[in-house]
Design a protein around this ligand. Structure first.
Ligand code: UDP
Ligand code: MG
Length: 137
């Protein structure tokens, strides 16, 4: 079993589609092993997206991620990292495949509704950024 980290981003929480996204996650066979609704500070968003600190979109991305509540999750499944990325779809919703969350719900390249770890190393940074081991059940 593998764990990955997911965020339902502010654009989706604002539109009251958390439940629709959770249904897709559960229907695809993921177990939600941790979940909470939180509001990031801009500094917390900057720390989370530290790997992107040199990218031109970093400042805007961190403001967007802090503009309203998000739902953070740890998901478990065989092949969880790759399978969650597949269910999310391409970063730009315009390029995302039919049936993916970003295709159905994404608003723009930035406001693409969900986050997912891109590697085991990322998951190992991202899950403990939000959850203690006692919260993974
Ligand atoms: N992003 C953006 N402009 C870009 C690329 C990415 O605003 O040109 C945002 C978008 O919200 C994306 C996040 O930054 O989900 C992180 O980018 P990454 O390349 O890691 O994409 P992801 O792993 O989320 O598909
Ligand atoms: Mg990424």
């Amino acid at each position: 079993m593998e764990k990955t980290f997911a965020i339902i981003k502010p654009d989706a929480v604002e539109r009251n589609i958390v439940g629709k996204i959770l249904t897709k996650i559960e229907s695809a066979g993921f177990t939600i092993v941790a979940m909470k609704r939180i509001r990031l500070t801009r500094e917390q968003a900057m720390g989370f997206y530290y790997v992107h600190k040199e990218r031109p979109f970093y400042a805007d991305l961190c403001s967007y991620m802090a503009r309203g509540p998000v739902v953070v999750l740890a998901l478990e499944k065989e092949n969880a990292i790759a399978d969650w990325r597949a269910l999310m779809g391409a970063t730009n919703p315009a390029n995302a495949d039919e049936g993916t969350i970003r295709k159905e719900f994404g608003v723009s390249l930035e406001e693409n509704s969900v986050h997912g770890s891109d590697s085991p190393e990322s998951a190992l940074y991202e899950i403990p950024y939000f959850f203690s081991s006692l919260e993974l059940v």
